[in-house]
Design a protein around this ligand. Sequence first.
Ligand SMILES: Cc1cc2nc3c(=O)[nH]c(=O)nc-3n(C[C@H](O)[C@H](O)[C@H](O)COP(=O)(O)OP(=O)(O)OC[C@H]3O[C@@H](n4cnc5c(N)ncnc54)[C@H](O)[C@@H]3O)c2cc1C
Length: 454
Amino acid sequence: MAVATSGLGLLGARSALPAVGADYDVVVVGAGVAGMTAAQLLSKAGPGLKVIVLEAQDRVGGRLLTLRDKDLLPSHGVEIGAQMVHGSQAHVWDLLKQYELETRPLFDGVEPRHRFLDNSNADWDRLDALEEEAREVLASEIGPDVSYQTFIETLTADPREREMMYSEALSWTAEPDKVSARAVIKDGALWDEWHDQDFQVIGGFSKLAERMAADNSGRIQLNSQVTDIFYRPGLAGIRYKYNGVTTALTCRQLILTVPIGVLQSGGVNLEPAVPAATQRAIDSLEMGQAVVVPMMFSEPFWGADAAPGYWSDYADRISFGFPHPPGEGGNAVIGWFAGAAAQELSDLGPEAGLARVLRWLQEASGQQDIVDKLRWYHFKDWVTDPYSLGSYSFTRPGGHGQRQVLSEPVSGTLYFAGEATAPPPHYQTVHGAYLSGIRVAEQVAARLKVGKPA
Ligand SMILES: Cc1cc2nc3c(=O)[nH]c(=O)nc-3n(C[C@H](O)[C@H](O)[C@H](O)COP(=O)(O)OP(=O)(O)OC[C@H]3O[C@@H](n4cnc5c(N)ncnc54)[C@H](O)[C@@H]3O)c2cc1C
């Protein structure tokens, strides 16, 4: 892929953008599911369009990330990014079927056994009743959108029950005092109506990313970290580091799919600043915290009755599950840490973090000698990952309903896409990212007057 440099001298400021001509019709920033979907659909809709995807990393897929390259790991692979396809209706089935990727239902119809770390069982009926009560109270409530924790404190529940309710927020990798009550309860209700079963992509989600990249062959430029964007109606300039060297190009339409954490950190400077309404929508969101630690052991010390199932505690901030079907995929356990537990591990770093994880696993399994049985592990810290700065977006108190604003173009030239811009209840997901890619491709195609993407 040739590196465009024509705009380099011109991108000192927005006013210095060239008056006519652009290197590309469309530049897409980010080669995750959203960006690759948009690029592919636009190229199909307008075969003459010049489209390029600039990706900061040396790989495609973004938050789709499967470890497969170790002798120890089975053909199933181990997901350290997106874990599963959420639901038999998830829009991403379009792609999975098109690429003939194999899947399997997670837990295969068997109800997973969930135990707390102290080996007690969760009272799901009580949790359902509390959720119902929360929905009713919220429906009758007129007032500001408070935090989920503040709202839950108004309900009659004992500490254990409250912890069970907090797990709703933690399942979004959000601390209950940071996330909007309306988002958790209202969007959660939509999710419950829509979602049925989860599925695993055999061989891993990275297979999907690779297939999408192959369909975008010649259009994706890796190692291209975008730092500055200058825009005005009909033209945008992009400054980026290509293998560390600053370069630039221009385009007529710009699609920005970087995670909201990157946007909020100022990692991509936008000039002029986006309109106040757009900025308010960006500020209404926050990235959740997650650390994922897959481990491989020399023997299945947890016993057959533990799989399929999982242990969790501390409102689901800590959980351990079995990523593969019993008897397949080796003796793997996946540790999943959210919110404050993820932050704690991130602060400790991989080595001390692993020691903490093993202590929690000893507690969960009741087995003391697991350290000697550990054959392999990986410590994936999404909190500090510079290309996402968190796991996925949640809604801050007061921010419910703001995501929609992010799907509106700025100056008819700059478009936001990615999971954070997907409508409830699909944000935070792979299929939400896919939906946002379709939405933005349709918007850009309409602006450039090419056929409707299909
Ligand atoms: C631990 C974890 C578990 C998850 N589990 C699930 C699950 O089970 N099911 C599910 O449906 N979803 C899950 N998700 C969410 C899902 O992975 C994401 O919603 C989805 O992959 C996001 O796609 P995207 O295209 O919006 O963003 P991304 O995949 O993040 O793509 C954005 C791209 O932009 C690039 N980028 C960043 N900064 C720059 C820059 N300055 N210049 C150029 N490029 C840049 C990044 O490198 C990245 O490739 C999970 C996510 C995580 C982290």
